[in-house]
Design a protein around this ligand. Sequence first.
Ligand code: HAM
Length: 422
Amino acid sequence: MSAKIQSVKGMNDILPSQSPTWQSVETVLRKVAELYAYQEIRTPVLEKTTLFRQALGEATDIIEKEMYAFEDAGGEHLCMRPENTASVVRAGIQHGLFYHNQIRLWYMGPMFRRDRPQKGRYRQFSQFGMEAIGWPNPEIDAEIIMASAKIWGLLGLQDIRLCLNTLGSNLSRERFKEALVTYLSDYKNELDVDSQRRLKTNPLRILDSKNQRTQDILNQAPQINDFIDSQESDHFAHICDLLTQSSIAFHIDASLVRGLDYYTSTVFEWVTDANGAQNAICGGGRYDGLIALHGGANTPACGFALGLDRLVECYQAQQHGNVTEQLDIYLITLSSNDSSLSTKIGESLRNAGYKTAMNHGAGKLKSQLKKANANGAKIALILGESESTQGVIQVKPLRGQGETQNIATSNLLNFIETNQLL
Ligand code: HAM
């Protein structure tokens, strides 16, 4: 016998016991997108590799180490999307969605990064994202952050903290980068190995190094704040005001740079301690240069994406477990002679809108009742041989809504409705 095939490392199955929890979280996400009037966009999972190389930057972890990229049979260089902002931008330009237009978009779906798997970090994971394209004003940055805050609120999640920073315009960021490199070059040999490399490739990423010595050196380093112009700092101050007025607490973290090159000005992350080392639940910010970089008109934009796997883990931890699917009716048929009658009854119940599962003639009454309870059914209907010859069915409430009664099958729907059993 050949070995059983297992799933790809870091790519998880979501089992029936977990699906209801995912579905209820997804319902809240769709609700928030709708409340803020964002429209759904669905883009392909495969894209041309150059899209992400251009958008995210060559010297980012994703492009350097984590892409599922390959050449297809036709010689095209394709990849599994590692994120969706670049795809949304590509699709918007391709279909003229941004042409003289402002548009709010949302998406949900799988992303792929070949990182080292651990709790909260997977090679296939799902993101939900909202992107507001065409608005330069700080109200939109605040709207995006408020929409994410609304999600934690509706899910009843606590202890998700907002970290906020501004990276300034391209010009001010370049000036800051130069000053940072000049300062850090004096300490080059004391920096951790990754930071030494980043000094050449992506100096801003050194700011979020986890190495203590590097962090000590950074204590005296130039700060982005000293380089941003007054327009940028007014923009940032306005966002902070709007968040304060909305009672959204935040922490300004000057070391927050985010791992993707396309950000300009505002960046933010929502973090929690619920997921161990992988503490970022959601990240986003402005990417005012990305649409022009991909050949569109100069268009400001701002958005976020949250990791659904991490969000669901956080929800399970805080809401103490999985959401369970609730059935309305469990229909038990004790004799296979009655299978066509019970199939007919089952269909009439579904036509009336009741969630109904059936045993199809197998198993003893006691074990079937156990299953009905385990499935959270509110009532069991029992069709034995004596009932079917009399044209009745036993109605057994399972949640203390009255006594078991024999009811004429022709009157079943009416009885369920008038007695408000469901
Ligand atoms: P990101 O920070 O790379 O941003 O990812 C957003 C969220 O996706 C993270 O906060 C995390 O919750 C989740 N995530 C990322 N990698 C993994 C992984 N390997 N396993 C599980 N969850 C993960 C972006 O992707 C940007 N496109 C966000 C954005 C939208 N910026 C502007 N608009």
